[in-house]
Design a protein around this ligand. Structure first.
Ligand code: C5P
Length: 406
């Protein structure tokens, strides 16, 4: 919470049914500590009233370029000078076309044109019918808006207010909030391609039973999110967990350790950083029964034998790219005691430059954690905090080591 403390966001609404989502978005931005100044076009006011937006933002809404409230009568200048970002959500097809041509015949378009282009970023969340979105003119406008320096968010896909199904819905308020938070994060890992493993693995005994562990995947998912916020291109290989994919992260779902290894091998040649947070099962049943193992009435449980799983991290760390410095490998150690000694030993055994220790029972399934970073230079303690906070600190620590090493 308070991810946006100190940020002043001008939230622009243009005409579209997605205006109803802008109410929720405004509330979400305010809850994260931002101050929000709403500016609406005439068309937006057909969909949602300025009264609603004023109540949610706790500020009078602006909609006219002739607004006499401003002493200098220049709302378009004053509003844009105060902003840390202008977020147009929803951005209609018509408004995007207007932006593109630098037209300025209402307060919102006038303000966008008048904004100091170097210091006040323009974030655009398109919302329209699928045919309008797919139309070559809209797609051309998206390309040109990006070339002109705007950040144009993706659209969602699914059922539309008109009853049609396809691309063009505005992202949900929670998704846009995540995008806005990410936008403001320092881009410490720009240019890096980060591969993360997360969650437990599941090793089948028979079609209905298996061996797994209590890893929730939360730390790995937080790291994937933090790396993406820091500007990296991120792929997340996830064991069986029930977590939402962080925005902008490519996700590959796997089940067993061997599935995870196969997925990692496909991704590794492109990666520059590999962060192995997954709690990979050390062993798997030597044989998986094709049918459910039944009680046979003898009172004797079935005898299970195990074989060792491949060590995904250790083999990545031994690759030529890792040895040449093209791939930076980070391992995790979940221990129950003697964290420092175990982490140091594991770092040596796995052959990784950086090993991150945490106390397993104190982190599995929790929303917070504490980390101990061990590398050739010594140790760094990251005291107990939320997993996203720690993930961001870890991303910064990795970025620092990358810039020193290269
Ligand atoms: O040996 P241990 O399981 O304690 O090592 C933990 C570290 O190694 C973690 O980074 C984990 O993701 C990784 N690992 C792996 N493949 C395995 C076992 C662990 O990548 N088979």
């Amino acid at each position: 919470m308070n991810e946006l403390a100190g940020k002043h966001i001008v939230l622009g609404l243009t005409g579209g049914i997605a205006c109803y989502k802008a109410a929720e978005l405004c509330r979400a931005l305010v809850k994260e500590g931002a101050t929000v100044q709403v500016v609406m076009t005439e068309a937006a006011a057909q969909f949602i009233t300025p009264v609603t937006m004023q109540a949610l933002s706790n500020r009078p809404v602006y909609h006219s370029q002739w607004d006499a409230r401003e002493p200098n009568n220049m709302a378009h200048i004053n509003l844009s000078r105060e902003a840390d970002a202008i977020l147009i959500a929803p951005a209609s097809a018509d408004f995007m076309a207007k932006l593109l041509h630098g037209r300025a015949d209402d307060l919102l378009s006038l303000m966008c044109l008048a904004r100091p282009i170097e210091t006040v970023p323009l974030l655009v969340a398109p919302a329209m019918n699928r045919e309008m979105w797919a139309h070559p003119s809209t797609q051309r406008n998206v390309v040109q808006l990006k070339a002109d320096g705007a950040v144009v968010f993706d659209v969602g896909s699914g059922e539309q207010a008109c009853g049609e199904v396809g691309d063009g819905r505005m992202l949900e308020p929670a998704e846009l909030l995540e995008e806005v938070i990410a936008f403001f994060r320092p881009k410490l890992l720009r240019g890096q391609r980060v591969l993360v493993t997360a969650g437990p693995t599941y090793e089948a005994i028979d079609p209905v039973r298996g061996i797994t562990n209590l890893s929730s995947g939360k730390m790995g998912f937080a790291i994937a999110r933090a790396a993406r916020e820091a500007g990296a291109d991120v792929t997340l290989v996830a064991g069986p967990v029930h977590l939402a994919t962080p925005r902008g992260v490519r996700r590959v779902d796997v089940r067993s350790a061997r599935d995870m290894q196969a997925a990692v091998q496909v991704q590794l040649p492109d990666a520059t950083v590999f962060i192995a947070t997954a709690a990979v099962a050390d062993w798997r049943p030597a044989n998986t029964a094709e049918q459910k193992i039944k009680k046979d009435g003898s009172g004797q449980p079935p005898a299970l034998s195990f074989v060792e799983n491949p060590d995904i991290l250790a083999s990545a760390a031994q690759s030529e790219r890792a040895k040449s410095g093209a791939l930076y490998c980070v391992g995790f150690a979940a221990e129950s005691h003697d964290l420092l000694a175990h982490a140091q030993a594991k770092r040596a055994r796995k052959g990784v430059p950086l090993l991150v220790g945490n106390i397993g029972p104190a982190t599995f399934g929790q929303d917070d954690n504490a980390l101990l970073l061990v590398d050739a230079q010594g140790t760094v303690e990251l005291p107990r905090a939320g997993k996203l906070t720690l993930a961001r600190q870890l991303a910064a620590e990795i970025a620092r080591r990358l810039s020193v090493g290269r």
